[in-house]
Design a binder for this molecule. Structure first.
Ligand code: ADP
Ligand code: MG
Length: 390
C-alpha cells in the first residue's frame, strides 16, 4: 500500500502535485536544495539537499513508498540508485534518460514515426558544415541537456551563429534544428499507468515569449483530424516509452498543416495547469493515480479555459493589483510561494474559465495587465521618519 510519496524537485509543479496528494490523503516528502521551496511549503517534510546528494536520495527512498520527480534536469544517477535498491520510481530512469537529452528524444520520436523538424548533432566544430547543409537556416541550436524555459537556445541564421553558440558552451554537445515558422504551438498532456491505460487531456494551444510559456488555451482551436492525430501521437509516445505518470508532448503546427513534435516532458506540464480548475481530475491527480497504480479518470473539459502565467520582472517582490484581478468572474488565482520575483521567473498563474475562447483570451490579457510587481519596503525595515527636534 502506498502512503508516502517522495518528490525530487521543489518547484511549482511539485507544489500542485503535493496539494492534490494531500487532498487525497497521502504524505509527501520533497527533496530540494532551497529551503522552504514552493513544494516544501505544502509537503509534510522537505529534505534540503542537492538532487544528486546520494545520502539524501537514500533517505528519501527509505522514508517513502514511491518516488517521482517534477523536473527532468535532475541527476539520472539518483533515480538509478533508487531503482537498484528496489524502489519504484515513476517515470523510470529509462524515460528520464531519453527525455533529458534532446538528441535522444528527437531520435526516439523519429523512430516512432512521429514527425520532427530536421535536426543534427554537433559534438565537434567539424560537424557544423554538414549540420548546416542537412538542417538548413534559419535554425535553432540548443544545448542537449539542462535547458528549460528557452534557456540554452540560440536562433541562428548561418554557420557563424552555430560556431558562436558552440564556443559559448565550450564544446558541450548541441542539437541544431530547423527553425519552424509554426502557425501554432500545441501540446497534449497525457497520463499512462502500469496497466497500460492511457488518457489524454484536450489539446491546448500555447503562446510563448522568448521561449517561455505565457498563455495556454484549452481546447486548441484546431480541426478534429489534427486533434485526433495529436492525441494518437501522444498516446503512442507514452506506450512506446512505457511511461508511468503524467507527461506532455509539445508540437509545432506548420503552415502546411503538418504536426511536428518538439519535446517530451516526463512530468505534469505548465500547459496543463488549467486541468486543476477546468476538469474533474487534474493532471496532478492523474499522476498520483498512475504512480499509485490506481485507475485513471477519463478527462472531461467542464469549461473552456485560458491560463496565463504570472512572471516576475525584477521590479519588486510584491504582486499588486490582486483585488482588481479578482473582480473577474471565473478567474482562479494560483501563486507559488516564491519570495523573489526575478525577471521572467514563473511566480504564479491564473486560469480564466470562459464560455467562448476569443472573449476569454481578451479578458485574460486585460486581467494580466491589472497586475504589476512593486518593491515594498517591509514596515520594520523602513527608515525612521525624520524627527523635528524641539
Ligand atoms: N525548431 C524550432 N522552431 C521554432 N521555434 C522553436 C524551435 N525550437 C524551439 N522553439 C521555440 O522555443 C520554445 C522553447 O523551446 P523548447 O524546445 O520547447 O525548449 P524548453 O521548453 O525546454 O526551453 C518553443 O516552445 C518554441 O516557441
Ligand atoms: Mg518546451
Amino acid at each position: 500500500m502506498i502512503q508516502t510519496i517522495g518528490v525530487i524537485g521543489g518547484g511549482q509543479l511539485g507544489r500542485m502535485f503535493a496539494l492534490d496528494a494531500k487532498r487525497m490523503g497521502y504524505d509527501v516528502i520533497v527533496l530540494d536544495p532551497t529551503p522552504n521551496s514552493p513544494t516544501g511549503q505544502v509537503a509534510d517534510e522537505q529534505l534540503v539537499a542537492p538532487y544528486d546528494n546520494m545520502e539524501m536520495i537514500d533517505r528519501l527512498g527509505d522514508m517513502t513508498d514511491v518516488v517521482t520527480y517534477e523536473f527532468e534536469n535532475i541527476a539520472i544517477a539518483s533515480v538509478q540508485r533508487l531503482e537498484r535498491k528496489g524502489k519504484f520510481v515513476a517515470p523510470s530512469s529509462k524515460v528520464l534518460a531519453i527525455t533529458q537529452d534532446r538528441l535522444q528524444e528527437k531520435r526516439f520520436l523519429k523512430e516512432a514515426g512521429i514527425g520532427v523538424a530536421p535536426f543534427a548533432a554537433i559534438t565537434r566544430v567539424d560537424d557544423i558544415t554538414a549540420a548546416s547543409h542537412n538542417v538548413a537556416f534559419p535554425a535553432v541550436v540548443k544545448t542537449v541537456r539542462g535547458g528549460y524555459d528557452g534557456k540554452g537556445q540560440w536562433r541562428v541564421d548561418g554557420p557563424r551563429g552555430v560556431q558562436k553558440a558552440f564556443a559559448e558552451v565550450r564544446g558541450e554537445t548541441l542539437i541544431m534544428e530547423r527553425y519552424i515558422p509554426f502557425v501554432k504551438e500545441l501540446s497534449v498532456v497525457a497520463t499512462r499507468n502500469a496497466r497500460d491505460q492511457v488518457v489524454c487531456f484536450p489539446v491546448t494551444e500555447n503562446v510563448h515569449d522568448q521561449g517561455i510559456l505565457t498563455m495556454s488555451i484549452a481546447p486548441a482551436r484546431i480541426n478534429e483530424e489534427l486533434t485526433k492525430k495529436a492525441r494518437a501521437a501522444t498516446a503512442a509516445v507514452g506506450r512506446k516509452l512505457e511511461i508511468v505518470g503524467t507527461y506532455c508532448v509539445e508540437y509545432f503546427l506548420t503552415p502546411q498543416g503538418e504536426l511536428l513534435a518538439n519535446e517530451i516532458a516526463p512530468r505534469p506540464h505548465n500547459s496543463g495547469h488549467y486541468t486543476i480548475d477546468a476538469t474533474p481530475c487534474s493532471q496532478y491527480e492523474q499522476h498520483i493515480r498512475a504512480i499509485c497504480d490506481l485507475p485513471l479518470s477519463p478527462p472531461r473539459l467542464l469549461s473552456r479555459a485560458v491560463m496565463m502565467n504570472i512572471l516576475g520582472d525584477g521590479k519588486g517582490n510584491h504582486l499588486a493589483g490582486i483585488e482588481n484581478l479578482l473582480t473577474e468572474p471565473g478567474l482562479v488565482l494560483h501563486m507559488y510561494g516564491k519570495k523573489h520575483a526575478v525577471a521572467r521567473r514563473k511566480m504564479g498563474h491564473f486560469t480564466l474559465l470562459c464560455a467562448e475562447l476569443q472573449t476569454g483570451i481578451e479578458k485574460a490579457k486585460a486581467s494580466l495587465a491589472k497586475l504589476h510587481w512593486e518593491d515594498i519596503v517591509p514596515a520594520a525595515a523602513a527608515p525612521e521618519p525624520a524627527t523635528v527636534s524641539t
